[in-house]
Design a protein around this ligand. Structure first.
Ligand SMILES: *[C@@H]1O[C@H](CO)[C@@H](O)[C@H](O)[C@H]1NC(C)=O
Ligand SMILES: *[C@@H]1O[C@H](CO)[C@@H](O)[C@H](O)[C@H]1NC(C)=O
Ligand SMILES: *[C@@H]1O[C@H](CO)[C@@H](O)[C@H](O)[C@H]1NC(C)=O
Ligand SMILES: *[C@@H]1O[C@H](CO)[C@@H](O)[C@H](O)[C@H]1NC(C)=O
Ligand SMILES: *[C@@H]1O[C@H](CO)[C@@H](O)[C@H](O)[C@H]1NC(C)=O
Length: 410
């Protein structure tokens, strides 16, 4: 019967499914930290070739130590059930029960600043090649070791870190190229922009009348055709499916491993979408809000998404969902970042109130997170005994409230 519901109601139901019921993860005594080493790199080129390669053994010399916590996550009982539920939702607008198994696993200790710092550095390294100076390296790293990126590498790329006993694998995904912030910019900017605007704008990046939209679903004033929007997203946003394939490939390579995902910016949002697909722990830095994207991609909703942790600060308008409007720095650079509701839990550093930081898109950079935000323990009244702010779910959050979504074309 669901297919007879008006599209507006379906949209609403879809959003409601992604309301996360409060359900604290079962945190137990702290297990010992694990030491991770860079082992593989992954990328897709601008002509959509997938590159996956082993790093030279010299890269494994550096280790990133991360603390762990026992957490509960929810995994689909089978990939087949998950994908059939998703296809049924896409093709017939019908919902199907996907059975989720609660699973206790080791996740990153997101209450520990040193762990967040190590993960942020691992994420940051996904932007550059080893020959450039902004790799965070420990002593002994040979910067002239051939790295193997295609010079024209585009879009989705990053690294795979593995523990010595192969029991923990961390997939890092790079974010939007920082070129539009720093003035430089590489070949990845164009495709990243298309993906960002499809996933994180209300309606095809229709920011103002002078904007060329990234899909054709805008139907006058603040009206948007929902079916059209979902169709464009599924056709154009190849990054989610590339990520799902890569995750699956890692499960074949490391069948007994516990896989975590990390990412910055767009990479963080993709890490979250892939993490809720597989029930894998996620730490996302400064990621634009991806809850609406999960609905539009028709991802079946797990009982809890608290295995996803967002880390961001209030002076960065991108995760805050305030980098919008025709005159914003995001719009001037051609990005429409309009969503504001995150999945999972949020560690929100109030740098504006506590540290007098000025709201500025330049604070979005992962370098700012590594070199400013995470250098010292967070001190705030009411947060005594913590080294980072408390993680809390985004509650009472509404995306794109001024837009009307419905069946306007048909
Ligand atoms: C990929 O990038 C290279 C160099 O930047 C360019 O010459 C080539 O045309 C691009 N290919 C595609 C399919 O865009
Ligand atoms: C670094 O790697 C390059 C290329 O593999 C090699 O020629 C050079 O000897 C290495 N340097 C050190 C200090 O290990
Ligand atoms: C870990 O996996 C690699 C393959 O990536 C394999 O060569 C190695 O023997 C494995 N080590 C252990 C301890 O299982
Ligand atoms: C996954 O593995 C298959 C088979 O080796 C390969 O064709 C595909 O390109 C891989 N995909 C990713 C994203 O790594
Ligand atoms: C922030 O600004 C206020 C008022 O100017 C000042 O009292 C306070 O010390 C500043 N805090 C920091 C951390 O700089």
């Amino acid at each position: 019967m669901l297919n007879l519901l008006p599209v507006t109601l379906r949209f609403l139901l879809g959003s409601l499914l992604w309301l996360d019921s409060p359900q604290p993860p079962a945190v137990q005594s702290a297990p010992s930290p694990i030491s991770l080493h860079l082992r593989h790199q992954h990328a897709i080129t601008n002509d959509s070739r997938v590159i996956f390669s082993d790093m030279a053994p010299s890269f494994a010399a550096d280790s990133y130590d991360v603390g762990t916590l026992k957490i509960q996550t929810h995994r689909p009982q089978s990939a087949k059930a998950f994908h059939s539920a998703r296809l049924r939702s896409i093709r017939h607008d019908q919902s199907e029960r996907v059975l989720w198994d609660p699973t206790d696993i080791l996740g990153p200790n997101v209450e520990d600043r040193e762990t967040l710092l190590a993960l942020a550095k691992m994420t940051s390294n996904a932007y550059t090649t080893s020959t450039t100076s902004d790799w965070y390296v420990l002593d002994g790293w040979n910067k002239s070791t051939p790295f193997g990126w295609e010079p024209d590498a585009d879009g989705f790329r990053g690294h795979v870190f593995v523990s010595d006993d192969n029991s923990t694998v961390v997939l890092s995904i790079k974010g939007t190229s920082a070129g539009w912030i720093t003035g430089g910019g590489g070949p990845t900017v164009r495709k990243d922009k298309l993906n960002d605007n499809l996933l994180f704008s209300c309606c095809c990046a229709r920011v103002g009348p002078t904007w060329s939209t990234v899909c054709n679903c805008h139907q006058g004033s603040y009206k948007c055709d929902q079916t059209c929007l979902e169709k464009s997203l599924i056709e154009e946003s190849l990054f989610y499916s590339v990520g799902v394939n890569l995750y699956n490939n890692l499960t074949y390579m490391y069948p007994d491993a516990n896989i975590w995902l990390i990412g910055h910016s767009l990479g963080g949002s993709l890490a979250s979408l892939i993490g809720v697909t597989f029930g894998a722990p996620v730490v996302a830095f400064e990621a634009p809000s991806e809850k609406l994207a999960a609905t539009r991609l028709h991802l079946p909703s797990p009982p809890s998404t608290h295995h996803v942790t967002h880390v961001f600060h209030t002076a960065d308008p991108i995760p805050m969902g305030t980098c919008n409007g025709v005159t914003s720095s995001c719009a001037i650079a051609g990005f429409a970042m309009e969503t504001r509701c995150h999945l999972g839990k949020v560690i929100r550093y109030d740098t504006v109130t506590q540290l007098n930081w000025t709201v500025d898109v330049r604070t979005h950079s992962i370098v700012q997170i590594v070199e400013r935000l995470l250098q010292d323990d967070w001190i705030e009244e009411g947060q005594e005994g913590r080294t980072v702010p408390e993680a809390k779910p985004d509650v009472d959050c509404v995306d794109c409230y001024n837009w009307e979504f419905g069946d306007f074309k048909g």
